[in-house]
Design a protein around this ligand. Structure first.
Ligand code: ADP
Ligand code: ASP
Ligand code: MG
Length: 409
């Protein structure tokens, strides 16, 4: 007998029929004698709908009230799932984040979990009940409802699995595992049997939304066995593992390709090339709580240079306002913004032991006439900023160049 924490995403609980199917699935595990804790997301589209309502009132509503609002989506699905279980004769009890209690810090809309009280859940499991917990939400020390950031139900699942020392955390979704790249963008994408935590973390941080990055961080930190599976199709899914030794197969140089369209690029042009000027430009950006991703400084010509960096698209207007002032302070010529960019990253622990990966990537992009605007690397990742229009083409050609396509029979 094992203890499983299963998380079902928005599409998997998107209709009452699907919620009933999830109940049937949970019952199958229960019938095999397993203890079950189930985390659910809001019905698909519901979180976006709630955010849309808020935005009809105000562009940037108060973040505490935003959390009160968006946490309601998951409260609906926990109750419906428990009803579906009870209708079938299985005892179940639903819990909001507050009721569990999942204690977080007070950073509304992006709170971090600090502690989980497992006593209620343990008592229910001991009494033979299925425990159903609302994903994505917690409560701070003052009793305020908090949420964990978009996709945060994954993190709830992993955190509960860690706290309960579950045998496995199973993330059920609308794809049958983690693929070499988003299967919706690249037809040849292939499901991976295994991927290392380090690679999954990099994939998630570079934009693969199949798992929320914090969920992967948490699982790595607490060594939670984590698997991604399809909600309604049987299969082994993908195991996220600490083990880098894939002795049963040759370790590929590149394991996956991630991408996102979430960033925008800003250039401060004609900056006097003097010591300290980069700090004077970037410090006010940091002070305005804007995160910077890729940074490039051009070689100087005639004593001036250009400094370009990327920020989240949602922060672009704020960044332009801040830089407008900075530009005058440092005597720069102008600020140029571009939000029609995308970032494509190749990820793989195999890169550590292989030379020439970058040139292979750049060759593949060059062959398709895709201009690279910026480059950034880490030990197991190379990411480039390109024109948004060429994103899908870039993903497909890199997928092919690194031999990630499905092996044809
Ligand atoms: P859920 O609502 O179940 O949390 P998400 O939409 O958040 O589901 O995540 C699943 C989606 O992630 C898939 O439908 C797929 O389009 C996307 N995705 C992006 N990159 C990958 C990848 N490398 N492997 C699998 N799915 C991916
Ligand atoms: N419902 C939340 C969202 O849409 C959390 C989740 O689904 O993981 O982001
Ligand atoms: Mg998700």
């Amino acid at each position: 007998m094992s203890l499983f924490v299963q998380k079902y995403g928005g599409t998997s609980v998107g209709t009452v029929e699907r919620i009933e199917s999830v109940a049937e699935k949970v019952i199958k595990f229960r019938e095999q004698g397993h203890d079950m804790v189930v985390v659910v997301s809001a019905m698909s589209g519901e979180t976006n709908r709630l955010i849309g309502l808020a935005n009809q009132i105000q562009e940037n509503p108060d973040s505490r009230e935003m959390d009160v609002l968006v946490s309601t989506g998951e409260q609906v699905t926990i109750a419906l799932l428990c009803m579906a279980l009870k209708k079938r004769g299985y005892d179940a009890r639903s819990y909001t984040g507050t009721q569990v209690k999942i204690l977080t810090d007070s950073a509304h809309t992006k709170a971090r979990i600090q502690d989980i009280d497992v006593s209620n859940m343990r008592a229910d499991l001991d009494a033979g009940r299925v425990v159903v917990v609302a994903g994505f939400q917690g409560v701070d020390e003052h009793g305020n409802i908090t949420t964990l950031g978009r996709g945060g139900s994954d993190t709830t699942g992993v955190a509960l699995a860690a706290a309960l020392k579950a045998d496995e955390c199973q993330i059920y979704t609308d794809v049958d595992g983690v693929y070499t790249t988003d299967p919706r963008v690249c037809e040849g994408a292939r499901r991976l049997d295994k991927i290392t935590f380090e690679e999954m973390l990099e994939m998630a941080s570079q934009g693969s939304k199949v798992l929320q990055i914090r969920a992967v961080e948490f699982a790595g930190k607490y060594n939670v066995p984590l698997r991604v599976l399809h909600s309604f199709q049987d299969g082994p899914g993908t195991l996220i593992t600490l083990d880098e030794d894939f002795s049963d197969m040759e370790q590929p140089v590149v394991s996956g390709i991630a991408f996102n369209r979430d960033e925008a690029k800003v250039t401060v042009a004609g900056v006097p090339d003097t010591p300290g000027v980069a700090a004077r430009i970037l410090a006010p950006i940091g002070a305005a709580n804007i995160e910077i991703d890729v940074i490039v400084q051009n070689a100087s010509a005639d004593g001036t240079t250009d400094i370009t960096f990327t920020v989240h698209r949602n922060d672009l207007e704020k960044a332009k306002t801040v830089l407008g002032k900075v530009c005058a302070d440092v005597n720069a010529r102008e600020v140029i913004a571009d939000d029609k960019i995308a970032k494509v990253s190749i990820v793989g622990v195999g890169m550590r032991s292989h030379a020439g990966v970058a040139s292979k990537m750049f060759d593949a992009l060059a062959e398709d006439n895709i201009n690279i605007q910026m480059i950034t690397t880490s030990e197991i990742k190379i990411a480039v900023i390109i024109d948004e229009r060429y994103l899908e083409l870039a993903v497909r050609s890199l997928h092919k160049a690194f031999g990630l396509e499905a092996i044809e029979n």
